[in-house]
Design a protein around this ligand. Structure first.
Ligand code: ZN
Length: 346
C-alpha cells in the first residue's frame, strides 16, 4: 500500500520536474522552488508519507523505510542537479551579456603638432644648412652699439627712435633685428664665415601685420670673392625649398645702412604662378626679404679688411614667410594659440 503511494509520488514529482525544466528565467526559478516545497518541504508529500509509516505493520517497516529513503535521496539528487544546471545557465547568460568587445577601436590620445612658425623656421634652416651655413645664436638683450653703430646705422636713423625700439637701460635694447648676431659672429669667429642667426626680435609695433615680438633669420657669408650673383643663387635654392620648386627670384634696388648695394628680394607668387592674384596684389611677385653686399664699414667695425673680403647678408621675417606660404590674412593668428587653427598644420 505504502509502496504504491511512493511510486505515485515519484511519478508525480517526475512530471512536475519535466514541466519545471521547460520553464525559463524567473518562472523556472519559481517552479523549482515550488517543486521543492511540494515534495520535500515540511508539509510536502514526502513528509506525509513519513508520517504514515506508523500505520505500516512492524514486519514491513524496515523495507518500507529503506524504500522511502532511497526514493527521497533520488528525488533530492534530481532536484539538485536541475537547480545547478539552472544556475550554470544563468551565469553563462550573464557572462555572454557582459562580454567586452576587444575588436572595438580604442580611443586615440590627442596628438600635438609643431607650430607653423616652427615648421617654416626648420624648413628655412634646412635650405641654408645644406649650403654650408651654420647656426649662430646671439643674445636677445643687446647693446645699442651691436644693434646700430656697428651695423652702420647712424644716430639719427628712425630705427633708433624710442617708438620703434624697446630701450631697457642706457645703451641696452631688446634687439630690434637679428643683425647684431652677425657682428658678434665675425668678431668671435673671424672670416671666412657662413652663418644663420635665427631668433626673436622686438619692436614697438602691434597690428594685423606687426607684432611686438616676432622671429627673424639673419644670414651672412663673408669670403674672398662673393658677389650679388652668389647671393641670388643661394636665395633661389632657399625659395625653391620653402615655396615651390618652380619659384623664381627677382632683385630690386633698395637701401639699407648695413649693405651696399642693397636689394629687396621678391619671389614669384606660388598661388597664381606669376599671373597675378589677391595674394600678390595682381603683380605676380611677393616681397620676402631684404639683402645686399655687406657695407665695408660694417666689415671694418668687425676687424675684417674690406679690400680682401666681401660678403653678403640677408634678413627675413619668419612670420612673413609663414603668412605667404600658407596665405594667412592676419599675423595675430600665429600668436593666439587657437588649437583649431594650429591643428590645420599637422
Ligand atoms: Zn599671385
Amino acid at each position: 500500500m505504502l509502496q504504491q503511494k511512493i511510486e505515485a509520488l515519484k511519478a508525480s514529482f517526475q512530471q512536475s520536474l519535466t514541466e519545471a525544466r521547460l520553464a525559463e528565467g524567473a518562472k523556472k526559478a519559481e517552479a523549482l522552488a515550488q517543486l521543492k516545497s511540494a515534495f520535500l518541504g515540511k508539509n510536502g508529500g514526502f513528509t506525509e508519507l513519513m508520517k504514515s509509516m506508523k500505520d505500516v505493520p512492524a514486519a514491513e517497516k524496515p523495507a518500507a523505510g529503506k524504500l522511502l529513503n532511497t526514493v527521497k535521496q533520488e528525488l533530492e539528487a534530481a532536484l539538485k542537479a536541475e537547480e545547478e544546471a539552472f544556475a550554470a545557465a544563468k551565469r553563462a547568460e550573464a557572462l555572454a551579456k557582459d562580454k567586452i568587445d576587444i575588436t572595438l577601436p580604442a580611443k586615440k590620445p590627442a596628438l600635438g603638432s609643431l607650430h607653423p612658425l616652427t615648421l617654416v623656421r626648420e624648413k628655412i634652416l634646412q635650405a641654408f644648412l645644406g649650403l654650408g651655413f651654420e647656426v649662430y645664436d646671439g643674445p636677445e638683450i643687446e647693446t645699442e652699439y651691436h644693434s646700430f653703430e656697428a651695423l652702420n646705422i647712424p644716430a639719427d636713423h628712425p630705427a633708433r627712435d624710442m617708438q620703434d625700439t624697446f630701450y631697457m637701460a642706457d645703451g641696452i635694447v631688446l634687439r630690434p633685428h637679428t643683425s647684431p648676431a652677425q657682428i658678434r659672429a665675425m668678431q668671435q669667429k673671424g672670416v671666412p664665415i657662413r652663418i644663420l642667426c635665427p631668433g626673436r626680435v622686438f619692436r614697438a609695433d602691434d597690428d594685423a601685420t606687426h607684432s611686438p615680438m616676432f622671429h627673424q633669420i639673419e644670414g651672412l657669408a663673408v669670403e674672398k670673392n662673393l658677389s650679388l650673383a652668389d647671393l641670388k643663387g643661394i636665395l633661389e635654392v632657399f625659395a625653391k625649398t620653402v615655396f615651390t620648386p618652380d619659384t623664381k627670384v627677382r632683385f630690386r634696388p633698395s637701401f639699407f645702412p648695413f649693405t651696399e648695394p642693397s636689394v629687396e628680394v621678391d619671389v614669384s607668387c606660388s598661388m597664381c604662378g606669376g599671373k597675378g592674384c589677391r595674394l600678390c596684389k595682381g603683380t605676380g611677385w611677393i616681397e620676402i626679404l631684404g639683402a645686399g653686399i655687406v657695407n665695408r664699414h660694417v666689415l671694418e667695425n668687425c676687424g675684417v679688411d674690406p679690400d680682401q673680403y666681401r660678403g653678403f647678408a640677408f634678413g627675413l621675417g619668419v612670420e612673413r614667410i609663414t603668412m605667404i606660404k600658407y596665405g594667412l590674412p592676419d599675423m595675430r593668428l600665429l600668436f593666439e594659440n587657437d588649437v583649431r587653427f594650429l591643428e590645420q598644420f599637422r
